[in-house]
Design a protein around this ligand. Structure first.
Ligand code: A0H
Length: 272
């Protein structure tokens, strides 16, 4: 609220190590001096935002993110600004980036893949209940909390780590559903996020994106739903779960409720 943001000022924070940097600014590990509270401070540069004509976009993303509260979504505590910068006071995700963990481990065992997929499905179901969708879900935009739980962290004004990322900066096609690669126009329907959940789960299980190929081929594969086959070692329930999300017809994709009730999820996470 305005009163709180009136009181907050940069001098009230002890600035720690940089966590990441990107298009609009940097993220720092900080401690609020008075309360001792550890959090992440995302610093957005107003001039850079103006150059990218992203003022409205950033304002809207702050408006959206500040109204979300769900364990699978990175906490947004407050924000304030000075003449040059906008500061977002966010939950510190102590586990770092999911992207790095996945690259380091190669792929996840099914129990972990199912738990992660369920956490993302629950967060997406919550976002949809608030009429917020398409949060650009990919491993690069997901952080890990203190207890190993996943946190959707990118709400549009995202920062990107130094270039150790995949070509996400130019926007990888891997995560786009058929209705978006074909039409060309960004036609978001809720079912887009169900497709993305399928791509994400596939990547947890194999370490690769299902339609990964040369850019031209990737588009063709997505349009045809022609995914690379899951390894024989993957259980049939896991295969059924991924195939029920990566369905060309958006109306036939598993809903988040059905995903959370799927035998593969229930087997590994218990009924929720
Ligand atoms: C090259 S890097 O890994 O150092 N930085 C990449 C990068 C880029 C953009 C945003 C972040 C980021 C944002 N965060 C927010 Cl917002 C809340 N918590 C974090 C947050 N948390 C975080 C917690 C731990 C780590 N470590 C753990 C020990 O190993 C090194 C990385 C990194 C990030 N990170 C990190």
């Amino acid at each position: 609220d305005r009163a709180a943001s009136q009181r907050l000022h940069l001098s009230q924070f002890e600035i720690g190590r940089p966590l990441g940097k990107g298009k609009f600014g940097r993220v720092y590990l900080v401690r609020h001096r008075e309360s001792g509270f550890i959090c992440a401070l995302k610093v957005l540069d107003k001039a850079q935002i103006a150059r990218e004509k992203a003022e409205v976009h950033v304002r809207r993303e702050i408006e959206v993110h500040s109204n979300l509260r769900q364990p699978g979504i990175l906490g947004f505590y407050n924000w304030f600004h000075d003449e040059r910068r906008i500061f977002l006071v966010l939950e510190y995700a102590a586990g770092g980036e999911l992207y790095r963990l996945l690259r380091r481990e190669g792929r996840f065992p099914e129990k972990r893949a199912a738990r992660y997929s369920a956490q993302v499905a629950a967060a997406l179901r919550y976002l949809h209940s608030k009429h917020v969708m398409h949060r650009d879900i990919k491993p690069e935009n997901i952080l890990i909390g203190l207890y190993g739980e996943l946190k959707l962290a990118d709400f549009g004004y995202s920062v990107h780590a130094p270039s150790n990322r995949r070509g996400t900066l130019c926007g990888t096609l891997d995560y786009l559903p058929p209705e978006m690669v074909a039409a060309g126009r960004k036609k978001y329907s809720g079912a887009v996020d169900q497709w993305t959940l399928g791509v994400l789960t596939y990547e947890f299980l194999t370490g690769e994106a299902p339609f990964e190929d040369s850019p031209a081929m990737t588009t063709r594969r997505i349009e045809r739903g022609d995914m690379k086959p899951l390894p024989a070692s993957i259980s049939k329930e896991a295969k059924h779960y991924v195939h029920s999300l990566l369905v060309l017809d958006p109306s036939k994709r598993l809903s988040f409720d059905d995903a959370l009730a799927h035998p593969w999820i229930v087997k590994h996470c218990g009924p929720r």
